[in-house]
Write a protein that binds this ligand. Structure first.
Ligand SMILES: [Zn+2]
Length: 286
């Protein structure tokens, strides 16, 4: 125990230090804008030692994040600069169905001129952030949305995750008739080895979007379609879907697709769908 005189010296030293020092950890920041953080308020506090901060309780046993261990390919459709590289994006590539297709396309746009590439990029950014927050490792098929870039081609997009990914989510928005609206999901052909798992993923996406209040397409029966016409899907050896989030030529859909709040709703629905698919998969991973 220190003597009384020693305690007094410590108090004086403390007061001296406080007069010229920034607060120690846990003290009020110097720039605290709170009106109560005035000198007259802080002075008495030096005479009455601030109680020690309550001990931080021991962290509970860490709960694994729901998508921990998964590798997910997110494919933001098109690329802003595709329109500037017609030769490159018109080059033919393997379509995965015995034929060839153009490397890529410019994608569609709203009547106000917002390109599909930008919508898919913005929604994908939200999806990626949420997937990572839930523990997934995400591989993007493109890292930019730039007028100076093109591609990648659809064959590269489709095969990006074949070595180690668990699934592929390709994000697009459609350019349908102006009177039609709503989302729909495209699946690999029914004879594809990954059709069945892709169908389950697609169903999860359909349910997720409908649960979020997004209307299924009025122009695609059941809002789902399986086909061998999509190289991105044909060339994926892992469960894969293309989601057309809405019709960019429809006023209401276009407004939602280009509005940050609307994009956030879409992105959350997609990530919830991925999680629902994973949870429903018996092995815990596709
Ligand atoms: Zn597209």
């Amino acid at each position: 125990m220190p003597s009384a005189s020693r305690a007094g010296a410590i108090l004086l030293l403390t007061l001296g230090l406080l007069a010229g020092c920034t607060p120690p950890d846990g003290g009020a920041p110097a720039a605290d804008p709170s009106p109560s953080a005035t000198a007259s308020d802080t002075t008495p506090a030096t005479a009455t030692p601030t109680p020690a901060a309550p001990a931080v309780p021991a962290a509970p046993e860490a709960v694994p994040l729901p998508l921990a261990g998964l590798v997910i390919v997110v494919d933001p459709g098109h690329q802003l600069g595709n329109r500037n590289f017609p030769r490159e994006i018109n080059a033919l590539v393997d379509a995965g169905n015995g034929g060839t297709k153009a490397c890529n396309t410019t994608g569609t746009a709203t009547d106000d001129g917002v390109p599909e590439a930008t919508v898919t990029w913005d929604v994908s950014a939200l999806v990626v952030a949420d997937l990572r927050a839930r523990g997934a490792e995400v591989v993007l098929t493109r890292e930019t949305n730039s007028d100076d870039d093109w591609g990648p081609c659809i064959d590269v997009r489709g095969s990006t995750g074949n070595d180690r990914a668990d699934l592929l989510l390709s994000i697009h928005a459609d350019g349908g008739p102006a009177t039609a609206h709503g989302f729909h999901v495209l699946l690999p052909a029914v004879d594809s080895p990954v059709h069945d798992d892709s169908l389950r993923l697609g169903e999860a996406v359909r349910v997720g979007l409908e649960t979020a209040g997004i209307d299924p397409a009025t122009y695609v029966e059941g809002a789902m379609r399986a086909s061998d016409d999509y190289a991105t899907l044909n060339l994926s050896a892992k469960p894969a879907v293309i989601v057309e989030l809405g019709n960019m030529r429809h006023d209401g859909d276009a407004a939602a697709l280009t509005d940050p709040a609307g994009q956030a709703v879409l992105a959350l629905a997609l990530v919830d769908a991925v999680e629902a698919y994973v949870v429903a998969t018996p092995t815990g991973a596709p």
